[in-house]
Design a protein around this ligand. Structure first.
Ligand code: ZN
Length: 298
């Protein structure tokens, strides 16, 4: 039942229609068993038409997608599953206009759904990175300001990143956060959200990091044109070219979601077999998001 692998043919065979996708969500939703949200009863009858569960005591009816991020989806689940599969499997990423064309939905609908997927890609922050860690900050973009034609918006987006290294010095996990400026307070978000107090953190000589050394194990080195922190600079380069090639227009308010998407795939690159299943599972425990909420959230 649980979908594994990266094969698109196997994927389309397992999910040929909306009903089988719904059955998949239904199994995920009630994997621990059914408890009526209205009265707490555990016996139910399944309604064949939409797989909703009808409580045997109070007859409260709950659909598999109720209370999840799939609630009130404006298109079929087969399309939704296809988009999730591609977003989880491809390292290239793709824009909402490409998705709109490929799946026959409007660009706005595609855009909103992809943001729902990205919301589910957000880190739980439960597993801070440990061992050897590199932290650096950088800027990205400026193109959106030209499009909007507002000179006050001609600002590059500031981002801070952290990379966890394996014993062999390879990139294991990455996290990024949008920041307002380079003050210690702003820089601290990546430390507080994602870095263990025990980690050995390497940064450049920027003074903003110094106050953080009271709480974290930080070593500051001259960046020497980036040669002292090669791994993080490679990842930053990958991130920038991914953002540039896929999303020519990334609004400041949504930057964190794109950063989630990029990090999610890198951090699960060794679990590619189950990446689709884990992403759908996450979406089933994400609360519904309206279009308005997506539009204004940052
Ligand atoms: Zn009930």
């Amino acid at each position: 039942m649980k979908f594994t692998g990266e094969n698109i043919l196997a994927f389309t065979e397992q999910f040929p229609d909306d009903k089988l996708c719904l059955a998949y969500l239904s199994e995920l939703k009630w994997v621990e068993g059914f408890i009526c949200t209205n009265c707490g009863h555990t016996k139910f009858t399944v309604r064949k038409a939409n797989l909703a569960r009808d409580c045997n005591r109070c007859h409260h009816i709950e659909s598999p997608t109720a209370g999840t991020i799939f609630h009130k989806l404006r298109f079929g689940l087969r399309k939704a599953f296809g988009i999730i599969f591609e977003m989880s499997a491809t390292t290239k990423g793709f824009s909402s206009s490409q998705v709109a064309k490929r799946y026959g939905i409007s660009r706005t609908t595609a855009w909103a759904f992809m943001h729902r997927v990205r919301t589910a890609m957000q880190s739980s922050k439960r597993f801070p990175i440990v061992g050897d860690v590199q932290v650096d900050e950088f800027v990205f973009g400026g193109k959106e300001s030209l499009k909007q034609g507002r000179s006050k918006d001609v600002k590059k987006k500031k981002i801070i990143g952290a990379v966890e290294l394996s014993e062999k010095g390879k990139v294991k996990r990455v996290y990024f956060n949008k920041i307002a400026d380079y003050s210690s307070k702003s820089l601290s978000c990546i430390f507080d959200n994602h870095i263990s107090k025990d980690a050995h953190v390497l940064t450049d000589k920027w003074t903003g990091y110094a106050p953080l050394a009271k709480r974290f194990n930080i070593e500051q080195k001259y960046s020497d044109k980036g040669s002292s922190m090669k791994q993080i600079h490679t990842v930053i380069h990958q991130l920038k070219s991914w953002l540039r090639s896929t999303y020519s227009w990334v609004h400041q308010d949504h930057m964190d979601k794109y950063l989630n998407e990029f990090s999610f795939r890198i951090n699960r690159s060794i679990f590619k077999q189950t990446i689709f299943h884990s992403l759908v599972s996450r979406m089933m425990i994400c609360k519904p998001l309206t279009y308005q909420m997506i539009k204004i959230s940052s």
